[in-house]
Write a protein that binds this ligand. Structure first.
Ligand SMILES: [Zn+2]
Ligand SMILES: [Zn+2]
Length: 637
């Protein structure tokens, strides 16, 4: 206890170390040093590094005790936490002047100094020490020196330097073997830089060197994350299934995020079910992934099911969850719930408002969108996204040209971007106000520099309205865009170029999801269908024949050019699945990743009449509600 009394002499305010040389007091005992080190460790672990530094200063200048190796380790750690470059440099100088340190001890301290400088974001100083330590005589180069430098680069947002150092000095020299820490660091860097080539090589090295024995969760997770971020989802799933010693929430979350990034929400939901059966407790991060998956799916009952699973106290205390839910319900046609949650927000924000406006827009509820926009006007300074969504709501509703024009006039110039202007011009084009379209583009061209975004928006309106003449007259204004070129060929019954044909043949097939009630229970099962021109399905053929009688020709053939315009067999198969497995008169709910073409649209309209079924289809642009041979979009896509 005597030391605690003596240590109470430490001034409460920090005084900078005044001297970098010290007289070694002969009365220094190992016992006293041990006590000091113990106290330093306590300060470091209780996050009071300033006390460690003050103690160090007191030890040198008041009681004249010379620090030992452990004492240096403690003070370096404290300096890294303290984030004060002057103190760090003094300590470095002190250690470099200490001739009593053994060469091996000095090398260990250099490694710690590299980490200290990396921690205070002085990577240049860390590099200098690294270079000196690497070329020091009498010490074999060890991997922990490299591991620390790798970690330093990663911490400072320079993963490419980690990869470069690994390639130049370890991969090409082949004189040092990786350890688990260094391998984890390089894999993290490969993940950030998307260097699958190096990442795969390190994975092989990990296996060759048996670094996953004993099991190492961090290393295994970093291999999986590397495959996730480099787009190699199958390998990532393989590691998830076979190599992780413990599958924890972090592992689930990483894999879920990857499936989300490649638009595979069903896989995210599968992982979520798996996590529940493995007794993993869901946290807000995991729930947010599931909410995002449900958002991508766009199916209402699934969205409601996910919402019910999340404990309400967790939602109430987590703004990200509330915003995620607003976005999900807006996208999944559950606007009452989205609006209820939006009203609960004490502080409204532009992102949530834009989500809700988007929901109204895609459903063609322009008036509700305008009411909401007016209501929150005084509470928020709107951003570009909000303006885009409110104009989109006016566009998808029709008859709101004056309202849209009024809003456009109030938009600050900085937010009148080409996308916002394109939304406005498409409203004018939908109302066939082509004179106004031309004067609008003429006025805005100098400000936006390029006008082809605006002309493209007008062209899309003409395509859907089958206004061939006007489309032809503006086609030269549009810059080469494979989709528009293809649509132009479709409109004018001409042949698209081989380049365009090849472009679309290589495109990823579209996906259509549908939710079908499972037995008598209230839960729904999601079915996924992919566009495949060769789908042979007897039930589908029956439907195709029925449609022929009302002059809709749904049959597509392999290599038929029509397949480029409409290879949407996924939607058709999803409808057929509903027709054969759900009771008559029930609503069919579909969500698809691509936009709906005229041929499909016409067919679905007819099916809603022939089969007396309401069909609700959310595509990547808007929602179509088919009822009794008509669509809520009034054939305006
Ligand atoms: Zn189609
Ligand atoms: Zn429609």
């Amino acid at each position: 206890m005597q030391y605690f009394r003596r240590f109470s002499l430490i001034r409460s305010t920090f005084r900078f170390i005044s001297s970098v040389t010290v007289d070694v007091n002969s009365s220094t005992t190992q016992h006293e040093l041990n006590e000091i080190n113990k106290l330093m460790r306590t300060y470091n672990t209780t996050e009071t590094p300033i006390r460690t530094v003050a103690l160090f200063e007191w030890m040198l200048n008041i009681i004249n005790i010379k620090p030992d190796f452990n004492c240096y380790l403690n003070i370096i750690r404290a300096c890294g936490e303290l984030d004060n470059i002057n103190v760090c440099k003094k300590i470095q100088q002190f250690i470099e002047n200490d001739r009593t340190l053994q060469i091996n001890e000095y090398h260990q301290l250099q490694i710690k100094l590299i980490y200290m400088y990396a921690k205070i974001r002085n990577i240049e100083q860390a590099e200098k020490i690294f270079q000196r330590a690497k070329s020091a005589k009498g010490i074999p180069i060890d991997i922990s020196l490299f591991g620390t430098m790798f970690k330093g680069y990663n911490m400072n947002g320079q993963p490419s330097k980690t990869v470069e150092l690994y390639e130049n000095e370890i991969l090409n020299n082949k004189t040092i073997e990786l350890d688990a820490i260094a391998a984890t660091c390089v894999l993290t860097a490969c993940s950030d830089c998307q260097r699958l080539d190096i990442g795969e090589y390190i994975h092989d090295e990990v296996l060759r060197l048996d670094l996953l024995n004993p099991p190492n969760l961090r290393l295994a997770t970093s291999i999986m994350n590397m495959y996730c971020n480099c787009g190699s989802i199958d390998r990532a799933q393989e590691i998830f299934n076979q190599s992780l010693p413990i599958v924890d929430r972090i592992a689930y979350s990483s894999l879920m995020k990857t499936y989300l990034s490649i638009n595979q929400p069903v896989q995210v939901l599968r992982l979520f079910e798996q996590s529940k059966s493995s007794s993993i407790r869901s946290d807000p991060v995991l729930y947010l992934n599931v909410i995002n998956a449900s958002n991508q799916l766009g199916l209402m009952h699934q969205a409601e099911y996910i919402h019910r699973l999340i404990p309400s106290h967790m939602i109430e205390n987590n703004l990200l969850l509330i915003r995620g839910l607003i976005d999900m319900h807006s996208n999944c046609l559950h606007l009452t719930e989205a609006h209820r949650l939006f009203n609960l927000l004490e502080q409204k924000d532009n992102n949530s408002l834009a989500s809700l406006l988007h929901g109204y827009a895609i459903n063609g509820h322009g008036q509700q969108a305008l009411n909401l926009f007016e209501k929150v006007k005084s509470e928020l300074i709107f951003n570009e996204q909000v303006y885009k969504e409110i104009l989109r709501a006016c566009a998808f509703t029709g008859d709101l040209v004056d309202e849209a024009r009024g809003i456009y006039q109030t938009i600050p110039d900085t937010y009148k971007t080409s996308q916002v202007a394109a939304a406005m011009v498409s409203i004018l084009a939908r109302a066939s106000l082509f004179d106004q379209v031309e004067s609008f583009i003429h006025q805005n061209k100098p400000r936006l520099q390029k006008a082809y975004h605006l002309w493209s928006a007008v062209f899309m309106v003409c395509y859907h309205a089958k206004n061939v003449e006007y489309a032809k007259s503006i086609y030269d204004e549009i810059i080469d865009d494979p989709l528009l070129s293809l649509l132009f060929a479709d409109m004018t019954n001409s042949l698209p170029s081989n380049e365009i044909i090849n472009y679309f043949r290589q495109e990823k097939p579209g996906i259509c999801w549908t939710e079908i009630k499972h037995d008598d229970k209230s839960n729904y099962i999601i079915h996924e269908f992919q566009d495949n021109p060769l789908s042979e399905n007897s039930e589908l053929n029956i439907v195709i024949n029925e449609l022929k009688s009302v002059d809709v020709h749904w049959k597509t053939f392999e290599n038929d050019l029509k397949e480029l315009f409409c290879g949407h067999t996924a939607t058709r198969l999803a409808i057929v699945k509903n027709l054969i497995s759900t009771p008559p008169n029930t609503t069919i709910r579909l969500a698809k990743t691509k936009s709906t073409c005229h041929l499909c649209h016409e067919g679905i309209k007819q099916l809603s009449l022939l089969k007396k079924r309401d069909i609700i289809l959310r595509d990547n642009i808007r929602v179509h509600h088919f009822h009794n041979g008509k669509c809520s979009c009034r054939d305006q896509f």
